[in-house]
Design a protein around this ligand. Structure first.
Ligand code: S3P
Length: 176
C-alpha cells in the first residue's frame, strides 16, 4: 500500500495542530485532519490531565498506542500526534504503515513561551515546579527518539505557520 497520510510529530507546542490544519486545508476534501489527543480523550471519556491524574501515565500511553493502531488503518489523514508518541517504537511502526512522519522542531525557549500561553496545567508532562527546566530536560531526553522516527524534519523556530505549511508542501512536491 502506498502511504497517503502525514503524521506530525514533535515536542508539545511546536505547532503540530496548526500546521496539520493548514496541510489538511491545502489538500482540501481529500484529507481529513485529526488530533491524536482528541481521539484518546474520546476513548477515555475524560481529559488528558484527568487520565494522567486518575489512571496514570502508563494508562495514557496504552490509549495512545491503541489510537496509533487505529490511525494506521485510516486513509488520507493528517494527524497531529501527542509529543510523547515517539517513546514507543510500536507507535511509530503503526503510523509508518500509512503515514509519512514529519518532525516539527523548535528551541526549548520558544516551546516554553508557547506552552505558557496555554498554561502548564493543560500538559501534565511539564506541569511541574519549574516547567522551563522540565521542558529542557524532557526535550533533551526525547531528541534521539524524535530524530529516529522522523522522515522529514522542519525547524519551526521563528517561522509563521503558513510558511511552515508551504515549506512542507514544497518538499513533498519535489519528492514526487
Ligand atoms: C504529551 C504531549 C501532549 C499529550 C500528553 C502527553 C507528551 O500532546 O499527548 O499531555 O508526552 O509530550 P501535545 O504534544 O499535543 O501537547
Amino acid at each position: 500500500m502506498t502511504r497517503n497520510s502525514i503524521a506530525l510529530i514533535g515536542f508539545m507546542a511546536t505547532g503540530k495542530t496548526s500546521v496539520g490544519r493548514g496541510l489538511a486545508f491545502h489538500f482540501g476534501e481529500a484529507h481529513k485532519f485529526c488530533e491524536m489527543d482528541d481521539l484518546i480523550v474520546e476513548k477515555a471519556g475524560k481529559s488528558i490531565p484527568e487520565i494522567f491524574k486518575e489512571d496514570g501515565e502508563i494508562r495514557f500511553r496504552e490509549l495512545e498506542m491503541a489510537v496509533c493502531k487505529e490511525i494506521s488503518k485510516l486513509d488520507k489523514v493528517i494527524v497531529s500526534c501527542g509529543g510523547g508518541v515517539v517513546l514507543n517504537k510500536l507507535n511509530i511502526d503503526y503510523l509508518k504503515q500509512n503515514c509519512l512522519i514529519v518532525l516539527l522542531e523548535a528551541s526549548a525557549g520558544e516551546i516554553y513561551k508557547r506552552a505558557m500561553k496555554d498554561g502548564p496545567e493543560t500538559r501534565p508532562v511539564i506541569d511541574k515546579a519549574d516547567p522551563k527546566a522540565e521542558i529542557e530536560k524532557v526535550l533533551t531526553f526525547r531528541k534521539p527518539f524524535y530524530e529516529a522516527a522522523a522522515e522529514l524534519t522542519i525547524d519551526t523556530t521563528g517561522k509563521m505557520i503558513e510558511d511552515i505549511v508551504h515549506e512542507i508542501i514544497d518538499i513533498l512536491d519535489k519528492r514526487k
